[in-house]
Each structure stands twice: as C-alpha cells, then as structure tokens.
Design a protein around this ligand. Structure first.
Ligand code: MN
Ligand code: MN
Length: 294
C-alpha cells in the first residue's frame, strides 16, 4: 500500500484525540466544548476530522453531533465518544465509552471485551460471520445484547463506509477478510432490544452526488463542501461558523431536497436501552496491525 504512512498517521492521531476526548468527558463539561476541543486537537496533531466528533449519551448509540447551539451538559451518563481522523483521505476511526454514572462498568466492559476478542481472531481469511459471532458471544456473556443493525465497515480513501460490512452478530456471511483491507470493527452493547432507529432531524451530512443548484449561496456552500470535505461527513456546526446559521440551514435544506446530500441522523436504541461502543481500525495483513493505537 503506497500511502500506508498516511493510514498509520491518521490512526495514531485518532487514538490520541480519542484519549484526549475521554479525559474531557466529565460531569459539568459541555458536549459542545468537548467536541470543539477534540476537533481542534486533531488539527493540531496534523490531521483533519474524517467526520464530526460524535458524542452519544445513554440510549443514543451513535451519530449524535453537537449542534451550533448545543446545550447538553454531561451528568451521570454513559457517553460514547467516536472520533475519526483523515490524512490525505486515509482514515482512522475509533471509539470508546466513558461511564459517568458509575453504574454501567459491565456494559462498557462488554463492548470493549468484544472488540478485544474480535481483534484476537482476525487475520487474512477469517470469515466475516465468525467476527460477528465472537462479538455476539462476548457481549452475551455479560448478559447484554449486541446492536444488530449497526456494523463495522471497510475504509477507503475519503470513504468512511466501504465493503466489507462487519456485523456485530453471526449474519451467516462466510466471505473472508482479505490481505490489504482496512476495516473498522465496532461492537455496540446494550441492555435494550439490540436495535437502533433513525431520528428525523440530522445535523450530519455527506455529499452523495453533485447536481446543478440554483441559489447562489447554496452553490457557494456546495463548492465549499466539495473542496473541503469531498465525500466525507460534515456538520451544520462547521458550516454555520463560516457562512452563518441562517444561510447554512437554507442551503442544507435545498441540497437535501435536490438529493445532493446524504444525512446521518442520531441513532437511539429502540427500547431506550443504555449503549456502549468500542472501536478500532485494523490493517489486515500477514500480521494484523491496529492502526488506531497510541
Ligand atoms: Mn467510529
Ligand atoms: Mn466506524
């Protein structure tokens, strides 16, 4: 792989930024300030956010991004922090969960141990469903359930989700891991149903396909998205700081209506179960390498 150093650098910065982020998740701190600080840290370390920092509390499993006027203050919550970094499009994606409640240490252990168990069995030729089965069995051994409609994924240049999809349960897919693949494995554990749903209001988007746009400021914002984020996810908060919130919201509405953007709304657990997540990015090679390591 000719840009392996970019992948390694992105992974290392992602791990450092996640570690820093975890240290900031404390009762009384705000979700907005912590998100901004993590993203600033990524830039200071020489990377760029591969997607907006996602900080999902309690029964939110993923994709909770700070709004421009986000009011959430951390209290006795279970907090999933998901951080992605890119270097020239090469991505490191990792996540961990902080327990501010002191009631859910087993839940956090369940996803972390599932990730550990998966990382021990993966090599060139491992069946995809075997990874899922290992994750499922580990989480169930803690008397929790894996979230079945969230999965790990392959990573490509400027592509956050590519093949293969890595399930958190045995889905029967006997395709095998291949040499040279870069994959993120991300078990989610819950005391709920083990399913998430999509809420309707998103503040995280990505470019799907470019089409002609009529309004000048929507065109201006689309140009910025193409140049700055390419096909990687971005958030209202980032655009509003450059273009103002009113203009940003109108432009986003137009771009969504035209089918130019995909949206990624927050994902709560169906039964409002508490959720923990753990994630690392791996290079599948003769010797598997954890890319998101300090
Ligand atoms: Mn992630
Ligand atoms: Mn991921």
């Amino acid at each position: 792989m000719k840009n392996l150093e970019d992948w390694r650098k992105a992974g290392k910065i992602a791990a450092e930024a996640l570690e820093y982020g975890k240290s900031l998740v404390k009762k009384g701190n705000t979700l907005l300030e912590v998100s901004d600080k993590i993203e600033d840290k990524i830039v200071k370390l020489g990377g760029k956010p591969a997607f907006p920092v996602s900080i999902s509390c309690d029964y939110f499993a993923a994709h909770y991004c700070a709004d421009p006027d986000e009011k959430t203050v951390f209290n006795a919550q279970v907090v999933c922090v998901d951080v992605g970094v890119h270097v020239n499009g090469a991505i490191g994606d990792n996540a961990a969960t902080v327990d501010l409640s002191n009631n859910w240490s087993d839940l956090i252990k369940a996803s972390r141990e599932a990730l550990n168990a998966a990382s021990k069995i993966i090599q060139i030729g491992t069946n995809i469903n075997e990874i899922g089965r290992t994750i499922q069995e580990t989480i169930q051994s803690f008397n929790f359930s894996p979230i079945k409609n969230l999965s790990g994924h392959g990573l490509g240049l400027y592509e956050i989700h590519t093949k293969p999809s890595i399930p958190n349960f045995d889905n029967g897919n006997t395709e095998k891991l291949k040499k040279g693949q870069i994959v993120a494995i991300e078990p989610f554990a819950t005391n709920g149903l083990g399913m998430i749903y999509e809420t309707d209001r998103a503040n995280c988007f990505a470019l799907k396909q470019v089409k002609p746009v009529r309004t000048p400021f929507a065109r201006e914002i689309l140009k910025h998205i193409q140049e700055e984020y390419k096909t990687l996810p971005f958030t209202t908060r980032w655009l509003s700081r450059k273009f103002g919130l009113g203009k940003t919201n109108l432009a986003l509405k137009e771009l969504l209506n035209k089918g130019i953007l995909d949206k990624f709304p927050p994902l709560p657990e169906k039964n409002k179960g508490m959720v923990s997540q753990a994630e690392n990015t791996f290079l599948i090679d003769d010797k598997v390498e954890v890319l998101t390591k300090l």
